[in-house]
Every structure is written in C-alpha cells, then in structure tokens.
Write a protein that binds this ligand. Structure first.
Ligand code: BTN
Length: 255
C-alpha cells in the first residue's frame, strides 16, 4: 500500500488529495477558474457524482483511481484534443510499469484503455476557451478500474484485480506511476507535436483494420477502422463505400 502522505510527486505537479468529492473534474475546474497552474492534480479516493463521456455516470467506489489534471498547454483547442491520446498512452505505460510489462493492454478510439479487450480506464477531456477562441485551460479526468468495475456497462468492463486475480494495486501507487508516465508523454507532445503520440497510439490500437460499428448522436456507421488521422479523428472505410472522418462517437467491435 502506498501511504498517501508519502506519495512521490514530480516537481511538475501540485497535488490536491481528497477523500471524497462529487467529481474530480469539477474540483479541478473550480481550481482552474481560481487560476490554478498547469500541472495541478486533483485525486480523490471516491466520487459521489463521477462523470463519463456523453453525460454518462462513472461509478466511483473506493479502490479505483479518480484523478483530474488542470492543463494549460500553449496550443489551440483542436490540438489540445490530442491530450486524450497522450493520457491513454500514459495510463497504459503506468500499468505496464506496475505489472512488469505483462498486461494485454490495447487502446480503443477515442480514449479508452482496454485490458484483455475489456474497458479498464476511461478519459474525460473538458476544455474552456479564452478570449478569441484560444484555449484557456483543459481538464483531463482519468478513471482506472483497479479493484472494481461496473457489471452493467455500455462496453464490457474489467478491473486490474479481476484480470490478474492478484491483490488490488493501491490507487496511490497507480497515481505515482501515472504522474511519471504522463509527464513524459506530455513533454513529448509539447516538444514534438502529435506525430509521435499518434504513432505510439496506433502501435497499441485495438482492432485496427477490423469491422466496427460507430455510434454517433443520430446515426450508426458500419465500416472498417483504417487509422486515425493527423488530428486524431477516426478514419473509417464505410461498408456502403467511401471514407468517413469521425471526430466523436462510440466504437463497437464485431467480435
Ligand atoms: C469515460 O470513459 O466515459 C470517461 C470516464 C472518465 C472518468 C474520470 S474519473 C476522474 C474524473 N472525474 C470524473 O467525474 N470523471 C473523470
């Protein structure tokens, strides 16, 4: 067990630790509105109103990791959307560091981390525009199912504990590993842009070349997952012919 008071926090981050909160994303947003710096981190042991993508709930019992970052990158809002890929890579790297590189992890567009093909981690990116449409700040929320997972979910889920059959990894330990891997990928993205992130993400992409359904707000597309483009949009070869560039949606695999 990592003792919370002795957590290793790299100098790039300022950590706010809470026992319980509605949503770490909301807490981080409040701090950002008060001027919190890039690298401010909110970590809670449990959330009473955790949120997922598309307004869904994120059930948040103690034992899992719930963390949100306040980020203020020098980038446009469109470029900042790349950070969900940065986060997915960091989560996967942190998990492999902890498990000695043995986990069958894959990355599912747009920003899930899968373990054995089931959802282990979700990422929620919320941005706020400043004057003239520039990026003011971004809140990057990450949930990792370490000890628990929802039995009823849109996409089948698992936990690290369920998959390995071993004792649960303490959230503080996962957070330490995540801060390290996130710092490294965030720097790579700041220095070199999306290209190396895209390449690393594609190397671990789930189901590239496979048949998928993509659920959008008003329609469902059927096709083959070709790649992601230089902005992170999904490139889909439609069954009905032609290509479609998708910027938001839920992907489901045939098998
Ligand atoms: C998803 O896959 O739908 C995204 C889930 C994001 C959950 C995390 S947990 C920490 C942060 N606080 C929240 O309320 N949501 C994110």
């Amino acid at each position: 067990m990592t003792d919370r008071s002795s957590l290793r926090v790299p100098p790039a981050f300022v950590l706010h630790q809470l026992d319980s909160v509605g949503s770490t994303n909301d807490e981080a947003r409040m701090l950002a509105e008060q001027g919190a710096q890039d690298g401010t981190v909110v970590w809670a042991l449990r959330q009473s109103a955790g949120r997922g993508r598309q307004g869904r709930d994120w059930v948040s019992p103690e034992g899992n990791l719930f963390v949100s970052f306040v980020l203020r990158p020098q980038s446009s809002i469109v470029q900042a959307a790349n950070l969900s890929f940065v986060a997915a890579l960091a989560v996967a790297e942190a998990l492999q560091d902890i498990a000695g590189g043995t986990l069958p992890l894959s990355l599912k567009w747009p920003n899930d981390v899968l373990l054995g093909g089931k959802k282990l981690s979700g990422i929620l990116l919320e941005s706020r525009a400043g004057q003239g449409g520039t990026l003011d700040y971004l809140i990057l929320g990450i949930g990792v199912n370490l000890a628990h997972y929802p039995k009823e979910a849109l996409y089948p889920a698992t936990s690290l504990c369920e998959h390995t059959g071993q004792e649960a990894v303490a959230p503080g330990r996962m957070l330490e590993a995540l801060l390290e891997s996130f710092e490294s990928w965030y720097r790579i993205w700041q220095r070199e842009g999306f290209a190396p992130v895209r390449e690393a993400w594609l190397d671990q992409a789930h189901g590239r070349g496979e048949q998928v359904s993509v659920r959008l707000t008003n329609e469902t597309l059927q096709g083959r997952f070709v790649t992601i483009d230089e902005d992170g949009a999904l490139d889909l070869a439609l069954d009905e012919g032609g290509r479609r560039r998708v910027t938001a949606g839920d992907v489901f695999f045939a098998s």
